[in-house]
Design a protein around this ligand. Structure first.
Ligand code: D5M
Ligand code: FE
Ligand code: ZN
Length: 633
């Protein structure tokens, strides 16, 4: 039988699992040829990754619908949702202005839709309980659901499609070796500080505190009506609370930034018929579509849903490209009796252009910001990292560096601190330390060499032993406990907001960058700071549900960037990059992992082993200390 994934791979094309499930039956039924698909992806989207967007456009172009065969439906998906989806994809401009219950239903349907596809985090937890299977308990859920077992020569070999459609064999856990480990966890790596090393920072007090940590937020899960417990009901309710929370927070931000007056609830637009004055609506973006004449949005608030049109002739028209699904934006314009809102202006939440200068500090103090150490990977630049540890202990290369180490008071680590195990299929072959416990032990042994006067903050990323879905409250103690033993270390959530000497440092691992790249024109993995600016403009760390980044069904949206930070640090994309936007300094802190096989395939070129040093007073980059010459893998 024809195999779409393999055929695509032969041509250096990749496919996402959802896209695969939509396309494969058509392909196997000879409804189109491989060449047609490739030509379409290249010609229309200029991409070598076949995702849902490409597929839906391709199927439309071929006059093929999404197949409704039974085996293609997730078994629990009710018929009305399928209909709802079909309606959503219909390119009509009709407007629904039903209020009250109808609207609530809409919100809930959306929530169910998220739930059924987009919470690998939740799915993982279920699979752990059900199967007690070590491999699937740590993998990100997307893989476990499409796993297949094939009996070959009596040997059971498990295989799965990875997130990007690569068919890989899931290795069995190798039998545990008794006795000596074949790898080092750096027990013997102990840096002796340079003789006479007495940095000024050792005498400085730490002026750092955590302003916001997910762990400190008391979330009250909603109660299910039926006490016999339908877990799904609670999750749906949670998502609908999450949307409301997002709307509430973003409305406040938008009104503060733009001083908007005359905001009208969408449900009351019908009463504004005779008004000549412009009115303002604020809502969550359900959909966005470009037409010949402009953009058509569907916007929703707690009271209703409406179609909004903004024409190409409007000065704000270009902002539409920056809007991500499920973000919250505002329009000003007029409501037509036909039920369409004609926008003259549009507003992203954004940050104010001007801000108050912070009072100067009495003395200079610096923070080193790093991320994505990936300890345990066979591409981890261990030598470079060890050099960094030595550097922190006074083994510097120049006078300028001496001045920095002398005043270095903080070290912030923004996630992916270890490589993890079972994070993606086939990872086992790329692990130097194939055990998560040992990876954290190894990291702790390395970080034990950070001088005790340096205050560390360490948060999780998607490779860590932590909840997969965002936000991530912290590390799972039973794996990461060696980190808790480190002195002068505060474990933070992803995201977290710190106050360093009166400056606000927003720290996040940065998966939201994936939402931006591929959705907003002229953004790419190669320039993550640009993508970070887009997130800042939307005032959200990962707005989009159901695409790349799993969002947990918390009843409050903790990913809204509520306070305007002075400095934003993210990692995840492994590329050092920075820029200033409206007085906010944004920086991506790269990695300590050399290019992996996967990254080679999708052309991600990391810039490993560089340490950005932030001048806390200005919250700007002071310099970058480069250890990359020790990073040959
Ligand atoms: O992510 C490191 C980089 O690799 C980041 O740019 C995302 C990219 N990456 C990693 N895994 C995938 C998959 N499965 N699809 C697409 N892009 C990916 P890290 O979190 O360190 O693995
Ligand atoms: Fe990473
Ligand atoms: Zn990452």
């Amino acid at each position: 039988m024809k195999n779409l994934v393999e055929d695509l791979l032969k041509n250096n094309y990749l496919i996402t699992p959802t896209a695969y499930y939509e396309l494969a039956p058509h392909y196997e039924g000879d409804a189109f040829s491989l060449a047609e698909l490739i030509k379409f992806a290249k010609g229309e989207f200029d991409t070598f990754i076949i995702d849902e967007k490409v597929v839906s456009a391709f199927l439309k172009s071929k006059g093929l619908g999404v197949p409704l065969e039974k085996e293609l439906q997730p078994p629990e998906e009710p018929q009305e949702l399928i209909e709802e989806k079909a309606v959503e994809s219909e390119p009509n401009v009709e407007v629904s202005t039903e209020l009250g219950e109808e609207v609530q239903k809409h919100v809930e349907i959306k929530a169910i839709h998220e739930e059924s596809h987009e919470t690998p985090g939740a799915a993982v937890e279920v699979s752990v309980d059900e199967f007690g299977n070590g491999e699937s308990s740590i993998s990100n859920g997307a893989f476990t659901s499409n796993g297949s077992d094939e009996e070959e020569n009596g040997v059971l070999s498990k295989s799965a499609y990875s997130e990007y459609g690569v068919l890989v064999t899931l290795e069995e856990e190798p039998p545990e070796e008794i006795g000596k480990k074949s790898y080092s966890v750096y027990e013997d790596f102990k840096v002796v500080p340079r003789e006479g090393f007495a940095p000024r920072a050792a005498g400085m007090e730490s002026h750092a505190r955590v302003l916001f940590d997910v762990k400190d937020v008391k979330l009250t899960p909603p109660k299910a009506k039926n006490a016999n417990g339908k877990e799904g009901e609670i999750v749906i309710k949670s998502y609908s609370l999450l949307f409301r929370s997002r709307l509430r927070k973003m409305r406040k931000i938008i009104r503060n930034t733009h001083e908007l007056r005359g905001v009208v609830d969408i449900g009351r637009l019908g009463y504004t018929g005779g008004y000549d004055d412009e009115i303002v609506i604020i809502g969550l973006v359900n959909s966005k579509r470009e037409t010949r004449k402009g953009f058509i949005f569907e916007i929703e608030d707690a009271t209703g849903v409406i179609k909004v049109f903004i024409g190409r002739d409007k000065e704000d028209y270009k902002k539409a490209f920056e809007v991500l699904p499920d973000s919250v934006i505002a329009f000003s314009g007029v409501y037509s009796k036909k039920g369409i809102f004609f926008a003259n202006r549009m507003f992203l939440p954004d940050v104010p252009i001007y801000r108050k200068e912070k009072p100067p500090l009495e003395e200079k103090v610096y923070a080193a910001v790093i991320s994505d150490i990936h300890v345990g990977s066979d591409k981890f630049c261990e030598k470079a990292f060890m050099k960094f540890m030595e550097w922190l202990n006074g083994y510097v290369g120049s006078r300028e560096e001496e001045e920095i180490v002398d005043r270095l008071k903080y070290l912030i680590i923004a996630g992916d601190v270890v490589d993890g195990v079972g994070i993606y299929p086939g990872q086992y072959n790329e692990l130097e330390i194939p055990d998560v416990f040992d990876q954290y032990e190894a990291l702790a042994n390395l970080l034990d060499n950070v001088p005790k006067h340096i205050q560390m903050f360490i948060g999780p990323g998607n490779h860590d032993a932590a909840r997969t879905a965002l936000p991530q409250p912290g590390f799972y103690d039973e794996y990461a406990y060696p980190l808790y033993r480190l002195k002068n270390t505060i474990i933070i959530s992803n995201p977290a907001l710190l106050d360093l000497h009166g400056r606000k440092f927003l720290i996040a691992h940065g998966r939201g960058i994936e939402d931006v790249v591929g959705n907003v024109p002229k953004t790419s993995h190669h320039e993550p700071a640009k993508a970070m600016v887009e997130l800042l403009k939307l005032r959200h760390l990962a707005p989009t549900f159901g695409e790349k980044v799993p969002i947990a069904p918390d009843p409050e949206d903790l990913l809204v960037i509520e306070d305007v930070p002075d400095f934003v640090q993210m990692g995840h994309v492994h590329v050092l990059d920075y820029r200033i936007y409206n007085g906010v300094f944004l920086l991506n802190s790269a990695t300590w992992q050399a290019q992996t096989e996967f990254q080679k395939m999708v052309n991600i070129v990391p810039t490993p082993a560089k340490v950005p040093i932030i001048d806390v007073e200005t919250a700007r980059l002071k310099t970058v200390i480069d250890f990359s010459k020790w990073c040959e893998v």
